[in-house]
Design a protein around this ligand. Structure first.
Ligand code: ATP
Ligand code: MG
Length: 566
């Protein structure tokens, strides 16, 4: 399917999603005077996660692509669960992802006055009533999809009585839960959402924006559709669970509207990822119970967690693009996300040497105290990233597992009598080693061949193995945090009768102290990203300082899981 040329835009080669096709068709038909206006409507009751990124990319992305606007609207209808901390983090994360709402920062609470007046209007028109029953009783009367609900004994109470009670509810005269306002629609509707839904409840808590003004608060379902209408939203894009709410939103807006315009709601499938979960409530539990270090723990699927882990906005947008938008619920493989970040960091991240488990190598025929600067290119994918120098000295560190006393066949690393190249430097040959009293190898002795210096004439001698290394005296100490999946079950929150906590992976974080990194990393800043050669992509942690360097592993170089699971 190829896209029409709209508003002089170039023809698009890639197939468009069904949502984009609807937007194209609406624009073609001249609906809403050719306007496109979307919104991203988070509830400020937690931090944004990668699932939200899918909605953000669509809401802001479609508006941008078709010359429209996208509002940021906080759906702050529940004063009990909402906090300013969340609002700030949501704004930071959207900006980080690369999107901008300009001056259109709205709050559902901006409309509390209008919504209250509308509720009063509905009562006056016989379309809403105060019900004195509890929410539990009301829910028991709702019926089932194949059985009509039972009408409330208060359904036909006099309009003035409902008006009076609703006003007194808002003055704080009644206890929370003692009364609600319900829309009077149809207790026999095949759509359960239409069976006289609750539209207002009493909450006696201060609201972060409206303070003590209100004692009644609109239900999300009563605020959401009308807020879209008040803001002139043309395309209200949301996840599939809202499909059954659409007739209610339409009904409410129909009672409100004075013109032809009505927001068009289009639903798409949620983003779900393997080995994690997207519920804000459960993510909050992990934070509160100390199962993770905070919302931005690099193991969390939150945007701030992924950022701290070393993910780039580009890699997240790329991933969202890869999985696309459909009408079918699915669970996406986290390895696809890891693939997207690897791809992105491959071109972006400079290569450096870091040794996670150091083993000292002493090059016995190299003069002690001598230093040669070896030049290494920063990124073979991008010459413009230049090169850097690493001092080469008699003593260097290599990885412990790059040496074996009794190597198996085809071990192309270091072993007694074997030769390897130290990358960017010389070929060395192992002449011996010593062990401590526990039998652990402490030092390896080698000789080097001066004629094999990398990049110089006569250096064409080939060996099978090439190792990364750092100069022992000048390497910098660092802490390295290796992350694994937070859960060891593909769908930890989706297991009937089993608590997701049962599937927490006990090995999701391994902290390595005493790692050694090359001297060029002396002045790194939080969020700087590197490829530690042969080891993976790493990012400087937020808590890292000049005195105490900390790196987080973003992702390994290859999909080791796929290989292990084969
Ligand atoms: P909760 O978990 O509290 O029910 P939520 O995940 O729906 O909340 P909201 O703050 O209401 O979070 O979400 C804001 C917007 O992001 C909504 O339009 C919602 O449809 C969308 N969204 C939330 N989770 C996902 C997801 N996993 N995939 C795609 N879109 C999502
Ligand atoms: Mg929600």
């Amino acid at each position: 399917m190829s896209e029409e040329n709209i508003n002089g835009r170039e023809e698009e080669k890639s197939p468009v999603s069904f949502i984009e096709q609807f937007i194209i068709d609406d624009l073609k038909e001249g609906k809403n005077g050719g306007r496109i206006h979307t919104r991203f409507p988070p509830e400020p009751n937690g931090y944004l996660h990668i699932g939200h990124a899918k909605a953000i990319c669509l809401d802001f992305g479609m508006a941008k692509k078709y010359g429209g606007k996208c509002n940021l609207r906080f759906d702050d209808t529940n004063p009990v669960k909402e906090e300013v901390e969340y609002i700030d983090s949501i704004k930071e994360d959207i900006r980080w992802l690369g999107f901008d709402w300009e001056d259109r920062e709205y709050y559902a609470s901006d409309y509390f006055g209008k919504l209250y007046d509308f509720a009063v209007d509905l009562i006056n028109r016989g379309l809403a009533y105060v019900d004195d029953q509890s929410a539990e009783v009301i829910s028991q009367q709702k019926g089932t999809p194949v059985q009509a609900g039972i009408e409330s004994p208060f359904r036909n109470r006099a309009i003035p009585e409902s008006l009076d009670l609703f006003e007194r509810m808002n003055r704080g005269e009644f206890e929370e839960g003692s009364r609600v306002l319900r829309a009077k629609i149809d207790m026999a509707s095949p759509n359960m959402q239409m069976r006289d839904p609750i539209i207002y409840r009493i909450i006696k808590a201060a609201h972060h924006r409206t303070g003590e003004t209100w004692k009644v608060y609109p239900m999300y379902d009563f605020a959401h559709g009308q807020s879209d209408y008040f803001e002139g939203i043309t395309h209200s894009l949301c996840t599939l669970e809202f499909e059954v709410h659409r007739p209610l939103y339409d009904w409410l807006v129909d009672q409100l509207k004075k013109d032809e315009y009505r927001p068009r709601q289009i639903e798409f499938n949620r983003l779900n990822l393997t080995y994690t979960m997207m519920s804000k409530r459960k993510l909050l539990e992990l934070v509160q119970e100390g199962k993770v270090t905070g919302w931005d723990d690099p193991r969390m699927p939150t945007l701030c967690g992924l950022r701290r882990r070393g993910y780039t906005p580009e890699s997240i947008r790329k991933f969202v693009d890869l999985i696309g938008y459909t009408k079918v619920e699915a669970i996406n493989d986290v390895s696809l996300l890891e693939h997207a970040v690897r791809d992105d960091l491959n071109v972006r991240a400079p290569r450096v040497f870091a040794v996670l488990n150091p083993l000292k190598v002493i090059i016995t025929n190299y003069p002690e105290g001598k230093t040669e600067n070896m030049t290494l290119i920063n990124n073979p994918e991008d010459e413009s990233m230049g090169s850097r120098e690493i001092p080469f000295t008699r003593d260097v560190y290599i990885e412990q597992d790059d040496f074996m006393e009794n190597p198996p066949h085809k071990f192309f690393r270091l072993a007694p009598g074997a030769e390897v190249r130290l990358k960017g430097a010389y070929i060395i040959k192992c002449t011996g080693f010593n062990k401590d009293e526990n039998g652990v190898i402490r030092e390896v002795f080698c000789t080097y061949d001066p004629a094999t210096r990398s990049g110089e004439n006569g250096s064409d001698k080939k060996v099978k193995g090439t190792l990364h290394w750092v100069p022992a005296g000048q390497a910098i100490d660092a802490e390295v945090r290796l992350y694994d999946r937070l859960f060891d079950h593909e769908d930890p929150a989706g297991q009937k009768d089993e608590d997701y906590r049962k599937f927490l992976n006990p090995d999701s974080l391994r902290i390595l102290k005493g790692c050694k990194v090359e001297p060029s990393l002396a002045n790194v800043k939080p969020l700087d990203k590197f490829q530690f050669q042969r080891l993976g992509y790493f990012c400087v942690d937020n808590d890292s300082t000049g005195e105490h360097l900390i790196f987080n592993r973003t992702v390994s170089l290859k999909d080791t899981w796929a290989r292990i699971n084969k």
